[in-house]
Design a protein around this ligand. Sequence first.
Ligand code: KMH
Ligand code: ZN
Length: 273
Amino acid sequence: MNEPLILTCAITGAETTRERQPALPITPVEQAIAAEEAVRAGASVIHLHVREDDGRPSQRLERFEESIRAIKARVPDVIIQISTGGAVGEPIENRARPLQLKPEMASLNVGTMNFGDDVFWNHPKEVRALAKKMSDAGVKPELEIYEAGMLEQVFRLKKEGVLEDPLNVQFVLGVPGGMSGDLRNLMHLVSLLPSGIHWGVAGIGRYQLPLALHAVILGGHVRVGLEDNIFYHKGVLAKSNAELVARVARVAGEVGRPVASCAEARAILGIRN
Ligand code: KMH
Ligand code: ZN
């Protein structure tokens, strides 16, 4: 509970559609507006996927450049965490492409899993290569953990020297094919962590709010946003990414866990300036 709360907003993702969620930001300008609103609501990190204008997920370098430029123009201080997960089925070389832009942070998916009706491939040698690229470029990885075995893989990679301290893990719970967002799963995963590892939780769908609230109390960090959950209440669509951020920030403030500024988040996450 001592550390300020890092709120990450996953504003777009690769799976959510405009048809299902009309407030989903797609273009660079829309993403920049959404990012600014999210930061004003309490977010310090933006988890970034990009789309083409027609909504298709994209790993095109120019598109990442445009979005990052647009976001930085509105909120220069925010930490941008690009996705190297992309969309299911995206070849690894495309997923690695935005690392050329040397963002401060990037997601690193450490294991293969079923992902709904698809398979999300993360071959160990490709994971190692991505981690090396991040380390060489000074990009801090966020380690995406969908089930307990992936945490064991993180420990292995750390032992091999592939990952550097401080480690930042994100438990992404509720993807069909990974662990559900049952609170017992979160408690189990947290119980496996050696001290000194920062952790956050991203609950998918209906798991978003209960997991976020527990993380606030347990001293973890939180990711919300339309990538993971399109609803504010059951059957009621969220009006914006910022609305989801603001709710967690508000509750955290009420229980004495203020949100981290971007500078505080950088210090906690071990981002080299
Ligand atoms: N879209 C998922 C298949 C990440 O951003 O690193 C992967 C994902 C994880 O969203
Ligand atoms: Zn993502």
